[in-house]
Design a protein around this ligand. Structure first.
Ligand SMILES: Cc1ncc(C[n+]2csc(CCOP(=O)(O)OP(=O)(O)O)c2C)c(N)n1
Length: 322
């Protein structure tokens, strides 16, 4: 790619990562103020994965995610206002205020959630890919998975069938080193999760997630493979979440100094430094930041000014009305 096109792309990635970061900082503030209730899991520190990976998708492709889904939703192009309104439980939310932070959906953008059951959505990812194949659609499914899910039945079922049927799906394990407060070495006998790919008969790789462009390129290879009918890939991406597991977790299980050390590889800082080094001005980068701060503030205003769904809608979207 010519240097200027690469710079443009990287600047776009920087913009998207800041959109997510500022949005979640605003959400954290609203949560602390009592305006957002229930579970809320922030993606701060992990933005390079959603942005780099999703940049490879086309309009018809599917995404499926965990409860830590704000970053994936925004990177797919969901509007910050309806996403924030969903966190607030308002009727203008992307799931009509019925799902909250963990259940963001957008059918038109083929964003299929937002799932709270650890690992359950991995089998659904294989189902989406199978459905696409069955309908003779030429699309790819990107599934984001926490490393805490890799010993769960749904993970095994999803990867096993995807490999057997050569389904067009890419499984991305976002390894942020902790499953709630449990470090990886306490629940997995292996360090390298991507090794597991071999047992299913698909390629696997393990990459560092701090450089968004690197993520983009590595995932591109797997997306191309899936799109050209060569089957699934498992990619483990090493990352770190800067906040607690959810808003109610003070994250006291980290070693002293660990967070500070990891923040040196903050993907936004890494990209900021790279953009400066290739000649993008500090003023340009500041303007991107200011723009995204305003987008986040506007999303909060939108959410605040929206109504709660009426009580009469309580059972409107359930399968069974009492
Ligand atoms: C089947 C199931 N078991 C347990 C839980 C409770 N739980 C919620 S989050 C979580 C940890 C998952 O960690 P990981 O997959 O690494 O994702 P991360 O939160 O680090 O993004 C657990 C055990 C759940 N939601 N679903």
């Amino acid at each position: 790619m010519p240097e200027s096109a690469r710079t443009k792309k990287l600047l776009g990635f920087y913009d998207q990562m800041l959109r997510i970061r500022r949005f979640e900082e605003a959400a954290a503030k609203a949560y602390a103020g009592g305006s957002i209730k229930g579970f809320c899991h922030l993606y701060i520190g992990e933005e390079s994965i959603a942005v780099g990976a999703i940049a490879n998708l086309e309009k018809q492709d599917y995404i499926i995610s965990t409860y830590r889904d704000h970053g994936h939703a925004l990177a797919r192009g969901m509007e910050p206002g309806p996403v924030m309104a969903e966190l607030y439980g308002k009727e203008t939310g992307c799931s009509k205020g019925m799902g909250g932070s963990m259940h963001l959906f957008d059918k038109d953008l083929r964003f299929m959630g937002g799932h709270g059951i650890v690992g359950g959505h991995v089998a659904v990812a294989a189902g989406l890919a199978f459905g696409a194949r069955y309908q003779k659609e030429r699309n790819v499914t990107l599934a984001f998975i926490g490393e805490g899910a890799v010993s769960i039945g749904g993970f095994h079922e999803g990867l096993s069938l995807a490999a057997l049927w050569k389904l067009p799906v890419v499984f991305i394990v976002e390894n942020n080193l902790y499953s709630m407060g449990t470090p990886q070495y306490r629940h997995l006998s292996v360090k390298d999760i991507s090794m597991r790919a071999e047992g299913y008969g698909m390629p696997g790789k393990r990459i560092d997630g701090s450089n968004v462009y690197h993520v983009y390129e590595e995932v591109r290879e797997a997306v191309n493979r899936a799109r050209s009918d060569h089957g699934p890939t498992l990619i483990e991406i090493i990352t770190y979440r800067f906040r607690g597991h959810s808003m109610s977790d003070p994250a006291k299980y980290r070693a002293p100094g660990e967070l500070e050390l990891k923040k040196e590889k903050d993907p936004i800082l890494v990209t900021h430094a790279e953009l400066l080094s290739i000649g993008v001005s500090e003023d340009t980068l500041k303007a991107v930041n200011d723009k995204n701060k305003k987008i986040a503030d506007d999303s909060v205003e939108f959410a605040k000014n929206s109504a709660f769904p009426p009580v009469s809608d309580l059972h409107k979207y359930t399968y069974v009305n009492p």
